[in-house]
Design a protein around this ligand. Structure first.
Ligand code: G5X
Length: 456
C-alpha cells in the first residue's frame, strides 16, 4: 500500500481497489474516520475483503435448542462464605411481559441473543498469501486440477494419514453411549456421552473430515492438546476415526459457557476476579509451552457445577517454535482481537491477554465493546482507538480499573504476561470458586424462564 489518501473534495479514500471501495461504501465508517486514520480503514478492509478469510472458513458453534443440562444431579448447598445471589440482567421484552417495573437505579441494558458476528474467523498468514493467487485458477484450468486444488487435496490426504496414526483403535460407538447434542457448527456437532467402561460423562466433537475446509487445523488441535493437561483447560481424552468421521473425546463441563452467565446476570467484581484468575492460570500454562489460544472470549470458557473454570476450543491455537516465535495470521473473533492482530503486525501470546481484557468487559456489560457496530467498523475502531472506553469506570474498584488498563494496553511490551498479571491485587478480591455455582444456577433459571415465555 503506497498511495492512500483522503480526498477532501469527494470525501473518498483514493487509491483503493474497486472491491474495497464497494465494501467501504456499504459500511458505516464515516468520512471523518476515513480522514482521521486511512491506514486503519485499509487494514479493516483488507481483512473483510480477503476471500480466503471469508466466512466460509469460519467456525461457528451454536448452542443446541433444548435444555442442555437436564440430566444434572440436584444442586447441593454451597459451602463456604455466602455471597448475595447475582442479579439477573433484565431485558426489555422480559420486563414488558412479566409486568415488572424497576424503580430507583436504572436496570442494566438488555443484552440481545448473541448475533452471528460473534463467530470466529481464520485467514491465511500474510507470508503465505502470494504465489498461487496470481494464477487465477477459476478461469484458466478445469476445477480440481489447479495448483491450488492439487496442493489442497495433498494436504488433506497427508492430514488424514497423520490423523490415522494418532487416533485410538476401537469402536467409539460401542465405547460411548451418546446422550444429547449440545452444539452444532460448521466443523461438526458436539454431544454429551457416557463412557460405558468408567461411567464418566464426556463431551464428543464429531467432524466429517470430507466437509472440513481445513482439516489440518483439527490435526493441530489434537496434537497440541494431547500433551497439554491442566486444571483450567478442557482436557483432551481421546480420538477415534470412524470411516471419514473424526470423534474427539474430552471432559464434559455441565455448567455451560460463560456467555450465558454474562448475558443473563450482572456479575460482581469478586466473581469476575475469580474467573480472570482461573483463565490466567490456564493461559500461563499454555504460554509457558509457547501455545497461543487466539480466540479467548466468553463463548470459549466453560464452567463446571463446582466452580471449575476451563478454557475450551483450541481449533485456532498456534504452537510457536524457536524458528517461528511470532505470527501474523488474522485469527479470532473481530470484537475480541488485539490491535496488533487487526493491524497485521507480528504478534505473540500477549494477544490472549488483550482478549481476556475484552472478556472482562463482557462480564461487566454483557457484551464486548463495539458490539453494535458492523464488524468492519469494529475492526477500524480497534485499530484506531486502541484501548476501548470503559463504561462507568468510576464505579469500579481501583484494582479492577488498573487490571483492565493493563490487559488492554496497546503497547505489547507494556502489556503484562499471564504470570505477571497473576500477581495483580485485583485477583485477591476473587470469591471462592464453589460460590460460582449460585451464579450458574441463576443463569440457568433465567434462561429457563425465558424459554418458557418463548423468548429463545
Ligand atoms: N459443556 C468443546 C472443544 C478442547 C481441548 C480438544 C468445541 C464445543 C459447542 C461446544 C461445547 C463443550 C465441551 C465440554 C461442554 C465444546 C469444544 C474443544 C477442544 C481438547 C477439543 C465446541 N457448544 N463444548 N463441555 N461443552 O459447540 O479444543
Amino acid at each position: 500500500m503506497s498511495i492512500l489518501y483522503f480526498n477532501p473534495v469527494t470525501g473518498d479514500l483514493e487509491g483503493l481497489p474497486e472491491q474495497m471501495k464497494i465494501l467501504l461504501d456499504s459500511s458505516t465508517i464515516t468520512q471523518e474516520e476515513k480522514q482521521k486514520n486511512p491506514e486503519a480503514v485499509y487494514q479493516a478492509l483488507k481483512y473483510m475483503q480477503d476471500p480466503k478469510f471469508s466466512l466460509k472458513t469460519a467456525k461457528y458453534m451454536t448452542q443446541a435448542e433444548e435444555g442442555d443440562y437436564d440430566e444434572l444431579p440436584p444442586p447441593r448447598p454451597v459451602e463456604g462464605p455466602i455471597f448475595p445471589l447475582s442479579t439477573i440482567r433484565e431485558s426489555k421484552e422480559f420486563k414488558r411481559a412479566s409486568g415488572i417495573e424497576t424503580l430507583g437505579s436504572p436496570p442494566p441494558p438488555p443484552i440481545p441473543k448473541r448475533p452471528e458476528r460473534t463467530k470466529s474467523i481464520y485467514t491465511k498468514a500474510v507470508e503465505d498469501e502470494d504465489t498461487t493467487d496470481y494464477i487465477s485458477p477459476k478461469e484458466s484450468a478445469p476445477p480440481n486440477t489447479t495448483p491450488e486444488a492439487v496442493s489442497k487435496a495433498l494436504l488433506k490426504a497427508q492430514t488424514i494419514k497423520k490423523l490415522r496414526q494418532i487416533v485410538s483403535v476401537g469402536d467409539p460407538v460401542k465405547k460411548f453411549a451418546l446422550q444429547k447434542k449440545i452444539g452444532q457448527g460448521a466443523s461438526g456437532a458436539v454431544f454429551t456421552a457416557i463412557d460405558q467402561t468408567t461411567g464418566d460423562s464426556v463431551a464428543i466433537k464429531q467432524m466429517v473430515l470430507a466437509k472440513q475446509p481445513r482439516p489440518e487445523l483439527i490435526l493441530n488441535e489434537i496434537l497440541v492438546m494431547q500433551g497439554s493437561k491442566h486444571l483450567n483447560i478442557v482436557n483432551y481424552l481421546d480420538s477415534y476415526l470412524v470411516a471419514e468421521e473424526l470423534w474427539v473425546v474430552m471432559e464434559y463441563l455441565a455448567g455451560g459457557s460463560l456467555t450465558d452467565v454474562v448475558t443473563e446476570t450482572c456479575m460482581q467484581e469478586g466473581q469476575i476476579a475469580a474467573i480472570c484468575r482461573e483463565v490466567l492460570q490456564g493461559l500461563q500454562f499454555l504460554h509457558e509451552r509457547s501455545i497461543i489460544h487466539r480466540d479467548i472470549k466468553s463463548d470459549n470458557i466453560l464452567l463446571g457445577m463446582n466452580g471449575e473454570i476451563k478454557i475450551t476450543d483450541f481449533g485456532f491455537c498456534a504452537q510457536l517454535s524457536p524458528e517461528k516465535t511470532k505470527r501474523t495470521t488474522m485469527v479470532g473473533t473481530p470484537y475480541w482481537m488485539a490491535p496488533e492482530v487487526v493491524r497485521r503486525r507480528q504478534y505473540g501470546p500477549k494477544v490472549d491477554i488483550w482478549s481476556l481484557g475484552i472478556m472482562a468487559i463482557e462480564m461487566l456489560d454483557g457484551e464486548p465493546p463495539y458490539m453494535n457496530e458492523d464488524p468492519l467498523r469494529a475492526l477500524y475502531l480497534i485499530a484506531n482507538n486502541g484501548k476501548p472506553e470503559i463504561k462507568e469506570r468510576d464505579k469500579l474498584s481501583t484494582y479492577f480499573q488498573d487490571f483492565l488498563d493493563q490487559c488492554l494496553e496497546v503497547d505489547i511490551n507494556a502489556r503484562p504476561s499471564a504470570g505477571k498479571l497473576l500477581q495483580h491485587p485485583f485477583l485477591r478480591l476473587a470469591h471462592p470458586l464453589p460460590s460460582l455455582r449460585a451464579v450458574i444456577e441463576a443463569t440457568k433459571q433465567s434462561l429457563a424462564v425465558k424459554e418458557k415465555q418463548g423468548f429463545r
